[in-house]
Design a protein around this ligand. Structure first.
Ligand SMILES: Nc1ncnc2c1ncn2[C@@H]1O[C@H](COP(=O)(O)OP(=O)(O)OP(=O)(O)O)[C@@H](O)[C@H]1O
Length: 628
């Protein structure tokens, strides 16, 4: 038979399942505080004044309850002796007997008022800090995301970690700080209650502790379980999020409706929920039942102490005022102790979630590139030397590619789907590094180029360019952040990219909101979006390498012809790389590379490749026949 969980050693129940978990029982316990310091540091950086405010309110709210209990005792005893004096006096003057007691009542009212003020102060500062700290942590998460490589983004484990961090971690630091302060407040209260209680009996203190401990162990154990559950099922939670997106976003809803996918996807969504909910229910029921049973122990100890105090009072060992005070102190002490223990187990849970945040934030990011802003052989252009590449954990996608492209030359890449054309561009733009061989720009390995200087030289549009839900002008401006708001530059780029004519007809011209997500947004056609993306590439004024990955697939024939006429005119002194499945658009390139399964199958000009009568010639004739 399995032992109930509370038979487990505390150190085991407290062991966080993070990679940093320690094996020693003591450090297992102290791991509860591992991230408290960092969370406090975050609050300190966010607002020092509020940190001081929190500390002050915590102190006031911690000490004053015991003072109130003590004043309570003085009141009851004052009332008892005033009653006796009043009855014994020959000429009783009520004012004389009640004045001292009323003064005490006034002091007690003042203390209660101060406690209320401190508590309001705490909750006001916590609410403000929640907003500030949430924003700070979210910014940290997003800043870190900006430093991750494309490869890291495509790693599903890291993506899970990022999702978990975003989902929970922005609220956890404050929760941890609140609990740390709550713990301090309760510890101060407990200390001051203990001073009063120990005068009754040291055993009373022991009873207090024994009553609260089991609930704490149970809470710690279930917090760990909850976190492990949260962590294990983040791929499923992410799938749920994904299904929500597919079912509720305008860019997918068209296909969902036409294929009648609502029912299918919704069922999958429900199935995931049902599976997750079954686990949640099991955990919640266990947690609450054990909490109830063990909580009863606390209630029992309270009533045992109650009976003890009553007996002592009847026996005359305690005054009525002392009885009232001890009962109050015992009751409040018990709730302060169980609140402290619950705070510790809550801190344990927050620590686990924060460990996830810091695991993500501490992901190693390789320093991108070197420091050179110029090549060793300016004007040499672009060279691929024996470049091979495999995606992480995947097969070889490019094999031994060598090529040279001088300034002013144009290169076209053709090949079947999946042959590796886009991958070659990803290497050229240093989104990935070659696994073998090297790529040189002006005689210098891309790895040694300073990132900004390298990216400035390249203007690129990918097939899956982004359709920003921003204004038209901003959709162009993203192509060059220095000219993000420069309308003259937008107009120039839109002219080259052939987007100017339809932009002028839009209700607010360059200020028109694009997409359907925000008010008055205008949706564009596929070809119009492509013209926006093309114009975006033209925003890179300083770029002398222009890469167009299927830039005209959605355009009509006239627009396509126009795009290439302008492209050639605009890029006379630049290096251009064009990927296209339309042979009519690649024929004028200085060099055409036919890629097949990651290898160069044929290379040469259009005429040379036709004369070769190989794959290119066959495909060209096939397409030409289609137009006859
Ligand atoms: N991020 C990635 N991770 C792993 N494999 C990838 C990734 N992107 C592409 N691949 C694989 O690399 C190969 C080459 O893909 P690539 O996108 O370069 O082909 P392409 O020639 O541009 O195709 P298309 O003409 O369809 O655009 C394919 O087999 C693809 O499955």
């Amino acid at each position: 038979m399995a032992l109930p969980f509370f038979w487990m050693p505390l150190s085991h129940a407290m062991q966080p399942p993070s990679p940093h978990s320690s094996s020693s029982p003591l450090s297992g316990f102290f791991s509860v505080f591992r991230y408290s310091q960092r969370a406090l540091g975050l609050v300190w950086e966010t607002s020092r004044w509020m940190m001081f405010g929190l500390a002050l309110c915590t102190l006031v709210a911690g000490v004053l309850p015991a003072v109130a209990a003590w004043v309570g005792q003085l009141i009851v005893d004052g009332v008892v002796s005033a009653m006796a004096a009043h009855q014994a006096a020959d000429d009783p003057d009520l004012r004389v007997s009640i004045t001292p007691v009323l003064k005490l009542v006034g002091i007690e009212a003042l203390i209660i008022g101060l406690i209320a003020l401190a508590q309001r102060g705490l909750s006001a500062q916590q609410a403000l800090l929640r907003a500030l700290l949430g924003q700070k942590v979210n910014v940290m998460i997003l800043e870190k995301a900006g430093t991750l490589s494309l490869g890291q983004f495509e790693d599903s484990e890291l993506y899970d970690q990022l999702t978990r961090a975003r989902r929970e971690a922005s609220t956890r630091p404050l929760a941890l700080v609140n609990k740390t302060f709550g713990l301090m407040q309760n510890a101060i209260s407990l200390g001051s209650f203990s001073v009063l209680l120990i005068q009754f009996s040291p055993w009373a203190l022991l009873i207090l502790a024994v009553g609260a401990l089991p609930v704490f162990i149970s809470e710690a154990k279930f917090s760990g379980d909850a976190f492990r559950l949260f962590r294990r099922r983040s791929p499923e939670t992410r799938m749920q999020g994904y299904l929500e997106t597919v079912l509720a976003r305008e860019d997918s809803i068209k296909e969902v409706k036409l294929f009648g996918l609502e029912g299918l996807f919704l069922q999958r969504y429900r199935d995931i929920f049902t599976r997750l909910f079954a686990e949640d229910r099991r955990l919640t029921l266990h947690r609450e039942s054990w909490g109830f049973v063990l909580g009863l122990l606390g209630t029992l100890t309270f009533y045992a102490a109650y009976a003890w105090v009553v007996i002592e009072t009847i026996a005359g060992a305690l005054t009525l005022g002392q009885m009232t005070m001890y009962l109050m102190v015992f009751k409040q002490g018990q709730s302060a102790l169980s609140a402290s223990l619950t705070a510790i187990s809550g801190m344990y849970e927050d620590n686990l979630y924060l460990s996830n945040l810091y695991e993500y934030l501490e992901q190693p990011t390789k320093a991108e590139g070197g420091s050179l802003t110029q090549g060793t052989q300016p004007g040499d252009g672009l060279r691929f030397e024996n470049v091979s590449f495999a995606y992480p954990g995947g097969r070889q996608v490019l094999q031994k590619i060598s090529l040279h492209l001088a300034p002013g030359q144009s290169l076209a890449l053709v090949g079947e789907n999946g042959s590796g054309k886009t991958t070659l561009i990803k290497l050229l733009t240093r989104l990935y590094h070659p696994t073998h061989g090297r790529i040189l720009l002006d005689g210098t390995d891309l790895r040694d180029w300073e990132t900004g200087a390298l990216r400035k030289r390249i203007g690129v549009i990918f097939q899956d360019f982004v359709r920003y839900q921003l204004q038209v002008g901003e959709n162009l401006g993203v192509g060059d952040t220095h000219a993000f708001n420069d309308e003259t530059r937008w107009q120039q780029a839109a002219h080259y990219g052939m987007a100017d004519s339809f932009i002028k007809q839009m209700p607010k011209g360059y200020q028109t909101q694009l997409g359907r997500w925000f008010k008055d947004g205008q949706e564009l056609s596929g070809g119009q979006w492509q013209k926006i993306a093309l114009s975006r590439a033209y925003m890179r004024e300083e770029a002398d390498i222009l890469v167009l990955d299927e830039p005209t697939a959605a355009m009509d024939a006239a627009a396509e012809a126009d795009v290439f006429t302008r492209f050639r005119a605009h890029s006379r002194n630049k290096m251009t790389i064009l990927i296209s499945h339309r042979f009519s658009t690649v024929r004028s390139a200085d060099m055409i590379l036919v890629i097949d399964q990651g290898q160069v199958l044929e290379r040469g000009t259009h005429e040379a490749l036709l004369a070769l009568d190989g794959r290119y010639a066959a495909l060209f004739q096939l397409q030409a026949k289609g137009y006859q």
